[in-house]
Design a protein around this ligand. Structure first.
Ligand code: NAI
Length: 254
């Protein structure tokens, strides 16, 4: 493979592992992150998102072939509205803002990093519709009145829905788009969750049929597969990569 792969959240965890993997496949990486990236930008603000898109356009120097939207923060992040701003609005802004560059790429494909926790969000939580309506400030007020972990789940549920709602538009533009929904992955984000006295024990207690958490590289492997030619007919899907937790907890949710 050759071409340009854009990875948000490239400085750490899943994004970093995905960038390394895609680089090994021959892509030139344009990373977007708060630090240690080709494009340093803050995806929690609209100005930062605009700067990220402009920076990618400049660094790519033409179309882009792959996009991984991985930048995100955990539910213990304060204020909770920051979780919504980065995990939902920042992610959707990258998808929509980079679509024109993807349409100029070769066999272009994008993967959004969701979470298996989206399946645990109350589907009718008002935050989900505020996010999907794109009313960032109203969503921020709602998020700050809610619990960070709930905001995290709602932001990932809304993100998965936002991606699925783009299935037709992205197909028309010639770009495949899928969501990966990991369970716990050993990254600095998970470490912060584990260090929290309230959230940590809940994460530890969550059942994983395979009996362990995943590594960033395992998730990067699935992302690379979704982006590659073997997944040429996979579009609009949510691929759960969580060691079996979602199937255990919600066996009939198909
Ligand atoms: P991480 O903390 O290792 O990496 C996240 C990266 O995003 C960091 O490099 C960080 O600087 C960047 N980032 C955060 N806020 C940003 C902002 N405002 N602007 C630009 N970049 C920003 O976390 P991890 O675990 O690799 O998370 C990646 C994605 O995977 C996130 O969307 C997360 O919600 C998701 N995820 C993680 C799971 C886990 O257990 N680690 C499980 C399921 C989903």
């Amino acid at each position: 493979m050759s071409g340009v792969a854009v990875v948000t959240g490239s400085a750490s965890g899943i994004g970093h592992a995905a960038a390394e993997r895609l680089e090994r496949e021959g892509f030139r990486i344009v990373g977007v992150d708060l630090r240690e990236a080709e494009v340093v930008a803050d995806l929690s603000t609209s100005g930062g998102r605009d700067a990220a898109i402009a920076g990618v356009r400049e660094q790519a120097g033409g179309g882009i072939d792959r996009l991984v939207v991985a930048a995100g923060v955990g539910g213990v992040t304060k204020p909770a509205s920051l979780v919504a701003r980065v995990n939902y609005h920042g992610a959707v802004a990258m998808l929509d803002g980079l679509l024109p560059l993807l349409t100029e790429g070769s066999d272009p494909a994008a993967v959004v990093v969701g979470s298996n926790s989206a399946g645990l969000a109350p589907a009718d939580d008002p935050l989900v519709s505020l996010l999907l309506d794109g009313d960032e400030e109203a969503a921020a007020v709602q998020a700050d009145a809610s619990h960070g972990e709930l905001v995290y789940m709602c932001s990932k549920l809304a993100l998965a829905r936002a991606a699925r709602r783009r299935t037709a538009g992205f197909a028309e533009a010639g770009v495949r788009l899928n969501v990966i929904a990991p369970g716990p992955v050993r990254t600095p984000l998970l470490d912060k969750q584990l260090a929290d006295p309230e959230v940590g024990p809940a994460v530890e207690a969550f059942p994983v049929p395979l009996g362990r958490w995943s590594t960033p590289d395992e998730i990067a492997g699935v992302i690379a597969w979704l982006l590659g030619p073997q997944a040429a007919f996979v579009h609009g899907s949510i691929l759960v990569a969580d060691g079996g937790t979602d199937a255990l907890v919600r066996p009939d949710n198909v």
